[in-house]
Design a protein around this ligand. Structure first.
Ligand code: ADP
Ligand code: MG
Length: 341
């Protein structure tokens, strides 16, 4: 299963108060996929708190115990992309059959379904098929089902059927344990005061915590230098400063098109189809507010249009944000994704 990453196991998933319920529910599901009341199992929590790790660990554990089980791990984003491709290539039946044949489906980051009504419909049917046949569904999301915006009610109600378990920011002790595990895995030991300093100062997510440790370990190996507290402090300062990178129009175009499930190249075309026009106008609006590009450059980028077209697009989007709540939600959703990049 190329989709499963064998580096993510229960073994290297440190347990703490922050993840106890989710971890043990995951373990129960892995022992008896489809055979517990945790179906679906929904793991939710903020960025970098271990959703993907835990979801993958469940898949790996199932394959370890029951190699014959068909387990698929797929990010919601990839699923959406596959769906769009299958529409284009007329292979929608193959697409649906593939997923319906699975014993376990693990879908990561289902909040990315927001606004994608067609893909949600397809997933709704796949979900029902699997659930009715006693197959296991595992989901992850950045919010609990009740707070997921832009998802259809009938899908959300399914998501609430089983168990929703959250991941929280690990407490200091757990953060230290995670750092130690990482150190031992790399075969390097840093002074305890350095480990504690890192754990104390990076307290928002595990990915950053690990990132800091990785750069300390790399320094130590590459430069054959011992990392003392003074050096760690200096390096950590650089790590945290982490200036935000610039957003490109290409990236905006990609995000918007993925969001609305329209082919990326279409926004640059001459088509006046409503959904394409909407994607194009939002792309222009976001390019104006999030890049330093001039109106002229933006117009040229989106299919050789002139600056008045961009002004008109921005005006239209602003008007719609004021008058259409659903539309406003879409734009805010996309903006949020932009800012996470
Ligand atoms: P998310 O999917 O929620 O954004 P990830 O699963 O990608 O987060 O986790 C980010 C990083 O932190 C990964 O490298 C993961 O292995 C690590 N990690 C998260 N939680 C734990 C944990 N409890 N024990 C060990 N490593 C963890
Ligand atoms: Mg993830």
């Amino acid at each position: 299963d190329p989709q499963l990453n064998s580096n993510y196991t229960f073994d290297n998933y440190i347990e703490g108060d922050c993840n106890r319920l989710a971890r043990s529910a995951g373990y129960a599901v892995a022992a008896k996929p489809g055979g517990t009341s945790f179906n679906p199992l929904m793991i939710y929590g903020g960025v970098g708190l271990g959703k993907t790790h835990l979801a993958q660990a469940i898949g790996n554990e199932i394959k370890r115990n029951m190699p014959d089980k068909l387990v698929i791990y797929v990010s919601c984003e990839k699923f959406c992309q596959q769906f769009v491709d299958s529409l284009k290539n007329n292979t929608i039946n193959d697409f649906v059959n593939f997923y319906q044949a699975m014993d376990v489906i693990i879908m990561d980051d289902v909040h990315n379904f927001a606004g994608k009504e067609k893909t949600q419909d397809i997933f709704f049917h796949i979900f029902n098929h699997l659930h009715q046949s006693g197959k296991q569904v595992i989901l992850s999301s950045d919010k609990p089902p009740k707070d997921l915006a832009g998802l259809e009610e009938r899908l959300l109600s399914r998501f609430k059927w089983g168990l929703s378990a959250d991941l929280q920011i690990p407490d200091l002790e757990t953060r230290i344990a995670i750092l130690r595990k990482k150190m031992y895995a790399d075969g390097i030991e840093l002074p305890a005061e350095v480990v504690e300093y890192v754990a104390h100062n990076i307290d928002n997510n595990v990915r950053e915590l690990e990132g800091a440790m990785v750069s300390l370990l790399a320094q130590s190996t590459l430069n054959k230098k011992d990392i003392d507290l003074a050096l760690a402090k200096q390096m950590l300062k650089n790590f945290i400063k982490n200036t935000s990178k610039e957003i490109s129009m290409e990236y905006i175009q990609k995000l918007v098109c993925e969001y609305f499930e329209v082919p990326v190249d279409m926004v640059k075309s001459q088509t006046r189809k409503r959904e394409i026009v909407q994607a194009r106008q939002i792309s222009m609006y976001l390019s104006k507010s999030h890049t330093k590009s001039s109106l002229k450059t933006i117009g040229a980028f989106f299919g050789g249009r002139d600056h008045s077209t961009v002004i008109y697009a921005c005006q239209t989007v602003e008007d719609l944000i004021d008058t259409d709540k659903k539309f406003k939600g879409y734009v805010y959703d996309i903006q949020k994704k932009l800012k996470m990049s």
